[in-house]
Structures are given as C-alpha cells and as structure tokens.
Design a protein. Sequence first.
Length: 267
Amino acid sequence: MVIRSTVWLGFPNFVDSVSDMNHTEIWPAAFCVGSAMWIQLLYSACFWWLFCYAVDAYLVIRRSAGLSTILLYHIMAWGLATLLCVEGAAMLYYPSVSRCERGLDHAIPHYVTMYLPLLLVLVANPILFQKTVTAVASLLKGRQGIYTENERRMGAVIKIRFFKIMLVLIICWLSNIINESLLFYLEMQTDINGGSLKPVRTAAKTTWFIMGILNPAQGFLLSLAFYGWTGCSLGFQSPRKEIQWESLTTSAAEGAHPSPLMPHENP
C-alpha cells in the first residue's frame, strides 16, 4: 500500500495513462491491476484467517480440533482468498484493464468479493467467540465441580482477548463500510456533482482519509490485541497470556498436593 500510494502521488503521469480508454500503456495497467489484486488478496486472506481462528478456538475448547485441521484452514483461507480475488478482478477489469473501476456493473462484484469475508468476520466471529467463552466456563467448572477465582480470571483473560480482536476489526474497517455505502449511493445518482450531494461527497472523502490511516494499522493493532506491548520484546512472552489447560489448578487441595503435570515450585 505504501508503494502504491507513493507511485500514485509521485508519478501522476504514469498513473494517468491507465485512464486513457484508447491507448492504455501496459506497465501502468499492470501496476494498477497487480497492486490492487495483491492488496486485496492479503487483506482477504487475513479476514479468512481470523474466521479460522475463531472456529479453531471454539473447536479446541470442545476438544474437536487437532493438527489435521491446520491443513484445512490453509486450504480454506488461501484458497477462498485467491478464488474471490481472481473472480473480483476478472469482473472488474474485463474486458479491458482500461475499465479499471469504471461502471457499477463491474464494481459491485469487486466490492462483494472484498467485503464478503469482512462481513463474515464481523458477524460470525462475535458469535463464535461468545460460544467459546461460554464453553470455557463450562469446561473449567466441570474439572472439579467448582468455579474459583482462578477460573474466573482465566475466563476473563480469554473474553478480553476476543473483545480486543473484534474492537480492532470494527475500528479499522467500519470506515470502509461507511465509505462504500456513500460511494454506492453517489453512483446511483444522476448528477454526482450536484450541490445537494456536497455533504455526501465530503463525508466520502473524509472516510477515505480515515481508511488510509486505519486499514494499514490493522496488523499492528491486531498484534497488540493478541500479545500486548510485551509481545514486541524478543525472547519474552508474558506468562499471563499463556493458557495452560493441563496445569490449571482449581482447588486449595491441589495446592497442597501438586499435580504431576505441573512443576512442584509452581503455586
């Protein structure tokens, strides 16, 4: 995205040649299509991986997941991302790359392929996370039949982590949904430059700037949601972030008689 933006701002003549319907040059067109597909592919893959993360978290708690599911996640995430990206690009640029982002009939499939995984994550992940948190509480209660402060704290850590992940997604991508809704509304109007539509155009430009800031920040903010600030330190990992199911103690009696699955000096 940095390279694409730099070329767009620093070499306007290079980019303008893409818009010429009659004699589009090959390299500007290749850059336009290639960079757009690359960005869309990686963002789409990120969305699918976040969905797989939510599914896997639920299956792990339900003891229904294993190493065999990792291959399935790879096929699902990268396969669906590639398939949707190619399909969206074909619909957007066919029959010529000179039609880049021109025509509502070409743009709608492109938007669908980009925002379908995003909407899936925004809708399905909260449901899966909530089911996971509920299953965690049941699992912890079922180990010894009691629910102590340790179990409550463990459940709270999991719940907060899921909440941070969804908060990052909403913050980073809500502006995109608003912007695309505004652009779609403008496309439906007969006169986009009309005076009555000036507030809509201003709102679209404003959300565009917000998108330019928040979309690239998603990776950094997600890393904070998963690992916190201490996750940036090499060779250091906060023990409070690790969920050790097998060494979890649930009663004072286990404190007096340590489990063989945990070190003797561990409280």
